[in-house]
Design a protein. Structure first.
Ligand code: V47
Length: 383
């Protein structure tokens, strides 16, 4: 770990053997916004150390040596889904083998099971079930709030909100308001995939389109619900699609400021309809983090989600633009159904070790990035 604060460190000069990066490096050093073409150039560059150096410069300007993590638990109430996305191995059609839907008591019990460490966040996402009423999801949230009043509930992607609104014959603002009233505190970033229509038609053609995802996010932010934003990469998208995705997120963020964290998600092909696509490589994984950090100048946080890219890659990413590695998770289903070989959860101490050995300073956060202090089984959030 460096003993110097980020400001006091000697300023090394930028070095690269890729001349196309030089004008971008000047912009980054001056704190200027990067363009669409800059984004494509960054993706095309083979000099990952130079791209990573720039991303790290921005990351240290914003966060110094701090690296954020949380103690969270995932809950996936059902895997029954009408969407049949080609990218997904988790969702199943109603009546198919391997489907499950948790009874409310079971979901509340699941929430309290697992590690004894006091959890600060429930992350809830699931399939688009054709029959479960909206009130099932609201009862789920209300029951969690009653049983775990201190735990932040980050629930339902923009895709689930749009689906629940349509089924319940409600507008998006009405649906979001009822979610808020039930106890939803913020929203996860899933379902964004890649916004470009050409790609969406191939990987998730029954989902809301990119414009609807962005509009729903905007509405949520305007109603005081913060959210994350994801990008699924490593399937049929190209560099231009990725940059287009990042710029669309950046434009919404300019308007609302409601995104907390950008999370690139590596595509896991096993057991999906796109199983012929090879898994992402380390170079691609690290580049998503670095380019995301450089293009999304109005996002505070870039998360390298250890479940997706492995704890080892997430740790390296802390030197390539990432400032967050997500949390304990406890029980991950979506990527494990698609062949992920990472553990389903990690202990707090393991996350702290990953961060410390990367030369960063672990900062336990709640979902809104406030400091968490804890004794064994309880926690306090600094407000
Ligand atoms: O939207 C589904 C992705 C997402 C696969 O907000 C797949 O903090 C890879 O959004 N291979 C859901 N990815 C998960 C999600 C998330 C995860 C962690 C943190 C946060 C956050 C959000 O999972 C989906 C989709 O993009 N997904 N199938 C697959 N085979």
């Amino acid at each position: 770990m460096s003993l110097l604060s980020a400001d006091a460190r000697p300023q090394h000069s930028f070095q690269t053997d890729d001349a196309s990066l030089l004008p971008i490096a000047e912009k980054v050093q001056r704190g200027e916004r990067l363009s669409f073409d800059d984004g494509v150039t960054l993706y095309r560059s083979g000099d990952i150390l130079a791209v990573g150096w720039l991303a790290n410069l921005v990351r240290e300007r914003m966060h110094g040596d701090l690296a954020y993590f949380n103690v969270n638990r995932h809950i996936n109430p059902t895997n029954v889904c009408v969407a049949s996305c080609r990218l997904c191995a988790f969702g199943r059609k109603k009546g198919e083998a391997g489907t499950y839907t948790m009874a409310l008591e079971e979901a509340w019990e699941t929430a309290g099971s697992g590690y004894s460490e006091a959890i600060t966040e429930f992350h809830i996402v699931g399939g688009l079930h054709p029959d479960l009423p909206f009130e099932y999801f609201m009862d789920l949230v209300r029951g969690l709030k009653q049983r775990f009043p201190k735990v932040h509930i980050k629930a339902f992607t923009m895709v689930e909100v749009a689906f629940l609104a349509k089924r319940g014959k409600m507008t998006i603002p009405e649906t979001l308001q009822r979610m808020k009233d039930a106890g939803v505190d913020s929203m996860p970033g899933g379902g964004a995939e890649i916004f470009a229509d050409r790609v969406r038609h191939i990987i998730c053609d029954h989902k809301i389109d990119g414009g609807e995802w962005l509009e729903t996010a905007k509405t949520a932010h305007q109603m005081g619900l913060r959210s994350n934003a994801t990008m699924l990469y490593g399937h049929v998208e190209n560099d231009e699609d990725r940059v287009d995705h990042l710029l669309k997120l950046r434009a919404v963020q300019d308007e609302t400021g409601g995104f907390q964290t950008f999370i690139p998600l590596a595509f896991h092909p096993d057991h999906t309809a796109l199983a012929h696509i090879p898994r992402t490589t380390g170079m691609l994984d690290i580049k998503q983090i670095a380019v995301g950090r450089l293009m999304l100048d109005n996002f505070s946080h870039i998360k390298s989600y250890w479940q997706m890219v492995s704890p080892k890659m997430a740790q390296i990413a802390l030197r390539f633009g990432a400032d967050d590695i997500d949390g304990t998770v406890v029980e991950e289903k979506i990527y494990h159904d698609a062949g992920a070989t990472t553990p389903q959860g990690m202990r707090r101490a393991d996350l702290v070790r990953l961060i410390t050995e990367a030369g960063r300073v672990p900062f336990e956060r709640d979902t809104l990035y406030r400091a968490v202090t804890r004794s064994e089984d309880t926690f306090t959030v600094a407000v």
